[in-house]
Design a protein. Structure first.
Length: 205
């Protein structure tokens, strides 16, 4: 199929599939599309395991990796504990979430604190230092694309992409987002509304 993105990524069809499942990455890419592994919730060690498995099963077809490296967020430059992050949740948010559960016949209550602490501890992956560890792993594999799913990619991601011939993608939900991404040197814009995980704020599809 004649499409610029097919030429850029070396694929047959202009179909890009984001997933947290390595099997889906492999099957989409082997079918002529382009699988992208969402890695933000993984440790660098787990990402290495997943990408090594993909390399062994994808028959040389192209694939990519998606990270989340925000430019600004509360606590940037700090390393708050999971408990401190949990304490930042407004009571209104907890009340709203409990209301959704109750409306659907699910007993509201205290979440599993151990699970929450484990998930929140992964927030270190969103800071530049944690993201650099992910980038080191990703760029050690034959990826054809690396994406930043929240804001303009950090300079290091853009520079390493250019140096390695890896396309850099980023999400946009408004004209101003697109302008900022293009000016930064992003290769591929992923246009998405707030319904797709809130990556671009409250802008609707």
């Amino acid at each position: 199929m004649d499409s610029r993105i097919c030429d850029m990524l070396g694929i047959e069809f202009p179909l890009v599939a984001f997933t947290h499942c390595r099997d889906v990455v492999v099957e989409v890419s082997k079918a002529g599309g382009f699988g992208v592994l969402g890695a933000a919730s993984m440790s660098p060690e787990q990402l290495e395991v997943e990408l090594s498995w993909i390399d062994e099963h994808i028959d040389g077809m192209p694939y990519g990796v998606d990270l989340i490296v925000p430019n600004k967020f509360v606590g940037k430059g700090e390393t708050p504990s999971p408990e401190e992050l949990l304490a930042m949740l407004p009571p209104e948010h907890r009340k709203f979430a409990d209301g959704i559960l109750a409306a659907n016949g699910i007993e509201p209550g205290a979440p599993d604190q151990a699970f929450l602490r484990q998930r929140i501890s992964l927030s270190k992956n969103l800071a530049l230092e944690g993201a650099k560890a992910h980038m080191d792993v990703a760029f050690s594999h034959p990826i054809k694309l690396i994406a930043n799913a929240l804001g303009v990619p950090p300079r290091e991601m853009l520079a390493r992409g250019r140096a390695d011939g890896v396309a850099v993608a980023a999400l946009v939900g408004a004209k101003s987002h697109a302008i900022n991404q293009v000016q930064a040197g992003v290769d591929i814009l992923v246009v998405a509304g707030g319904e797709a995980g809130g990556h671009c704020g409250g802008v609707s599809t």
